[in-house]
Design a protein around this ligand. Sequence first.
Ligand SMILES: Cc1cc2nc3c(=O)[nH]c(=O)nc-3n(C[C@H](O)[C@H](O)[C@H](O)COP(=O)(O)OP(=O)(O)OC[C@H]3O[C@@H](n4cnc5c(N)ncnc54)[C@H](O)[C@@H]3O)c2cc1C
Length: 385
Amino acid sequence: MYGLSEEDLQIQARARGFADELIPFEEQAERSGGELKADVHAAHAERARELGLAATNMPKDLGGGGCTALQQVLVQEQMGRVTNALGWVATTPPSWLPAVATPDQIERYVRPAVAGEREECYAITEEGAGSDVDAIEATARPDGDGGYLLNGVKWHVTSYNAADFAFFQGKLPGGEHAMFLVDLPSPGVRVVRTPQYSHTIGHHHPIVAFEDVRVPAANLVGAEGDGMAFAYEWFRFERMMVAARCLGAAERLTAEMTAFASARVVGGQPISEYGLVAGMLADSLTELFAARAMVYETARGIDRGTDVKVSHAQCSMAKLYASEMAGRVADRAVQVFGGRGYMRENVAERFFRELRVERIWEGTSEIQRMIIARQLTKRGPAALA
Ligand SMILES: Cc1cc2nc3c(=O)[nH]c(=O)nc-3n(C[C@H](O)[C@H](O)[C@H](O)COP(=O)(O)OP(=O)(O)OC[C@H]3O[C@@H](n4cnc5c(N)ncnc54)[C@H](O)[C@@H]3O)c2cc1C
């Protein structure tokens, strides 16, 4: 199905097998704030690397998998079948970075990130700037010594607790955006607070203050004024990967609720035979099929070298549709499981909470719709779909 090559099927099977190895750890993670014991987590990360599932998005000459966009989707789809972000050990380091990094940055950041020795986090969003990244107030002022002084308070900095470097986006005195690499810990960087979120994962999203953080010019990414371009490129990639993980979540939920509905007898018959329940199963599978076809085709377009603006709109469509589809599937799954679906030990309950953010981060559903509509009015439907 889906015209996958032999190589595609192999990496898909490896990822599926690995996801099946992770699933038994979900409840333990749920009970312990998303954390597994350090040695267990390290073993999972090592296994992901051994299986060629980490850094699939990075070039081979830097130690990455050099996989096609479709293969990256196939891997992340399987990781999406696992709750509590246990699949994040199949890392996706910043694939936009090698093209713009200096040789020194490649050695200090890119190669170690690919090898799993370093981990990044993104400090872009602020209290007054989420959807509208241009509204950031963080500043990057030349320090008179060839370096920069960074200031700003960043929100929702995912994985800050696991990261040893951050991408910090700030505005130069002229108002242009610039992106910097900040080693962690660094003098002047501190956690303001670590709020609790709906999901239970080991990666936290603290509010982080950067106060007169001094970085050398060697830590500027690309040129001054390039900051926004990097964010857009990363959004395209991440939106497709969000969509891929949503496919995996929807598949797992559809499989689990179908198995339950076939076995659960109420009023003398399996609930799957009640039309109202059967409808929920059928709608979930149908929407999964549609979303998967869309996401795979979007990835294939990228592999064919589709115009970047067309791909940008298609990644938005894939993220919009797959995340909303997975949310509907999770809602139905809770319903099909009945009271059990409201228990944290149940996969539907965990996904019901975890999938909500897929409609918010990497650009909300409303922002995706704005992007799609803008391209639609410029190019017409035939160019995009
Ligand atoms: C768990 C989590 C992890 C995150 N991780 C990171 C991270 O690692 N690094 C990082 O920098 N950021 C991160 N974010 C931030 C995330 O990208 C933003 O939350 C998101 O882009 C939305 O911004 P906002 O929360 O400020 O909402 P707002 O921009 O204030 O939006 C509020 C509402 O208004 C709507 N809205 C806004 N503008 C428009 C418009 N033009 N048209 C129509 N509707 C609009 C939105 O869709 C939304 O419904 C994370 C967020 C969460 C929840």
